[in-house]
Design a protein around this ligand. Structure first.
Ligand SMILES: NC(=O)C1=CN([C@@H]2O[C@H](COP(=O)(O)OP(=O)(O)OC[C@H]3O[C@@H](n4cnc5c(N)ncnc54)[C@H](OP(=O)(O)O)[C@@H]3O)[C@@H](O)[C@H]2O)[C@@H](O)CC1
Ligand SMILES: Nc1ncnc2c1ncn2[C@@H]1O[C@H](COP(=O)(O)OP(=O)(O)O)[C@@H](O)[C@H]1O
Ligand SMILES: [K+]
Length: 496
């Protein structure tokens, strides 16, 4: 955002013009959501930087729309465009209130505009601002955040202290990363973006992008008329144990619905016949298992033999944690250059992210915060607090593609991070992660590169859940992971 802003100003567009356009657009969005505001009481809380300057312009626009506007400004003296716009308020009948009147104004407000801190903020909120933020969060009125909820780091989504909880966040030019990546994203409410007139010449390529359907056009590999089942994608799934077959079945069915031409499964030998019965179209074989019914290190030879017929591998779901599992993962990683997706127990069986760095074949790992916390040795809490940097760091140390699951699934590879746009909390049910592994595995087997396979898979998986909700009208709580299979084809159809 800073680079785009500088670029626009270098082209001769004054900063004040950008502020004006941003704030007029934001005011329109506010009126669309909360208007008409004639006669309603609006409190604008404005901080000391340009976010506060936006707040002054919004105050003027809502005043023009007939609202009874009060403005609390944290500073006595302003500079630049903010000062200009504060002067305008002084010339109008807009009430400027002090700290002593803030709480009372807040109690009587029908709408609160949070323009305290924007993209210039990082770290923990200092001084009296934390008190203001707490008061805003305790107030009954709905809250609109300007550009980013105050207290949220706009570049990372990290929240280190008190932060505004908004009903609507209006962003200038583009959704700020902090409005979509958790935990900041959980503070933003609905996010709307307003055009502020930055010309294409000033656009910059963002390292963090939003995976929507448009960003995936042309990315999904297509099956041609000359295809046979192997060229259409041949996936080897190494999963499950004597006592756990469901995960394996869900990976397999997810892969089939994501267009894989042929699915091979290797599982513990005592479970193979049950998986075979459940996966009609797949070729299932059993591998040596230990006393606990988990595939043992001795299974490596059989798996590598099977891998000669595959174009990608999914390794891990319900395969078990322990010494045998560690040998299994190590043996497969060292034994083949095929694209591999490691999920669940295969991630837990890794000694650390560095264990993947030496691989020459493409590698994807799909941890949730708990699994990534174990892999990094930092714990789930730390990963959840710093999702973007945790995913980035893991991608760098593992030289792999990292998909970090959550409400805002992130896909990180090299310098790039994609934030998934689909999904619903209906997915918070056991087994949905297994389906995701199958979908991404299928895309790898069909020739997609890891980054595209992971972000396309996440998008289609989330979209399938949305379609289930839309089509069935059932409550989110009643979804089970296998419901996704029926809607995956329709989700993919939207990308083709
Ligand atoms: N294209 C654009 O870029 C456009 C940008 N626009 C708008 O400008 C916003 C960015 O403005 P910005 O750069 O002035 O920063 P901003 O968010 O107001 O913060 C600075 C203030 O925060 C304070 N502060 C900082 N850290 C703090 C802490 N830990 N704890 C407490 N306080 C802290 C700091 O205080 P100080 O350090 O000076 O004491 C200073 O007062 C952007 O989000 C958008 O709304 C639009 O007008 C359209 C064009
Ligand atoms: N609240 C939520 N909103 C959106 N997606 C969610 C939510 N909760 C879980 N998910 C998604 O559901 C899947 C759960 O995966 P995981 O925890 O590995 O499940 P399992 O291991 O039981 O298969 C992930 O893709 C995750 O992103
Ligand atoms: K703000």
């Amino acid at each position: 955002m800073t680079r785009a802003d500088r670029g626009a100003q270098a082209l001769g567009i004054p900063g004040g013009v950008l502020m004006e356009r941003a704030s007029v657009g934001m005011s329109r969005a506010i009126l669309d959501s909360f208007g008409p505001l004639a006669g309603r009481r609006v409190l604008v809380a404005a901080g000391g930087g340009n976010n506060g300057g936006d707040g002054f312009v919004i105050a003027r626009e809502l005043y023009r729309a007939g609202a009874d506007v009060a403005v609390f400004a944290t500073k006595d003296e302003y500079g630049g465009d903010a000062a200009v716009n504060l002067d305008v308020l002084r010339n109008l009948a807009v009430r400027l209130v002090g700290r002593d009147a803030f709480s009372e104004e807040l109690a009587g407000a029908d709408l609160v505009v949070d323009a305290l801190l924007g993209t210039g903020f990082e770290g923990e909120v200092r001084g009296d601002l934390s008190g203001l933020i707490r008061e805003i969060n305790d107030a009954a009125a709905p809250v609109v955040a300007v550009d980013v909820p105050s207290g949220v780091n706009g570049s990372t989504g990290e929240v280190e202290g008190p932060a505004v909880r908004a009903d609507l966040t209006v962003c200038a030019h583009a959704a700020k990363v902090g409005c979509v990546v958790s935990p900041g994203g959980d503070h933003a409410g609905r996010v709307e973006v307003v055009d502020i007139g930055i010309p294409p010449e000033a656009e910059v390529e963002a390292a963090t992008t939003w995976t929507d359907a448009a960003s995936l056009r042309g990315v999904v590999p297509r099956r041609t008329g000359a295809a046979h089942k192997y060229s259409a994608g041949s996936l080897l799934i190494v999963a499950g144990s004597s006592s756990a077959t469901g995960a394996t079945v869900m990976v397999g069915r997810g892969a089939q619905r994501a267009g894989c031409g042929i699915v091979f499964v290797v599982t513990s030998e005592s479970a193979a016949h049950r998986v075979d019965a459940a996966l009609t179209e797949a070729l299932v074989s059993g591998a040596p298992e230990d006393g606990d019914g988990l595939m043992s290190g001795d299974a490596v030879e059989h798996i590598l033999g099977m891998s000669e017929r595959a174009s990608a591998i999914v390794l891990g779901p319900a395969a078990g944690v322990g010494e045998g599992g560690r040998r299994l993962v190590e043996g497969i990683l060292n034994g083949t250059d095929l694209p591999i997706l490691l999920d669940a127990d295969a991630i837990t069986n890794l000694p650390g992210p560095g264990a993947l760095a030496a691989r020459s074949g493409p590698t994807v790992i799909t941890p949730h915060a708990g699994e990534l916390g174990r892999l990094l040795g930092t714990g789930a809490k730390e990963v959840s607090a710093r999702r973007l940097s945790s995913a980035r760091r893991t991608a760098e140390e593992s030289r792999s593609c990292v998909l970090l699951k959550g409400t805002d699934t992130l896909v990180a590879e090299g310098e790039r991070v994609a934030v998934n746009s689909t999904g619903t909390h209906a997915l918070a049910t056991a087994g949905t992660g297994d389906v995701l592994s199958g979908v991404i595995g299928a895309l790898l087997s069909r020739g997609a590169d890891p980054y595209d396979a992971a972000r396309t898979g996440a998008w289609a998986h989330g979209r399938a859940a949305e379609l289930w909700l839309e089509r069935t009208g059932r409550p989110v709580e009643s979804m089970v992971a296998t419901d996704l299979f029926e809607y995956l084809p329709e989700a993919f159809a939207e990308l083709l």
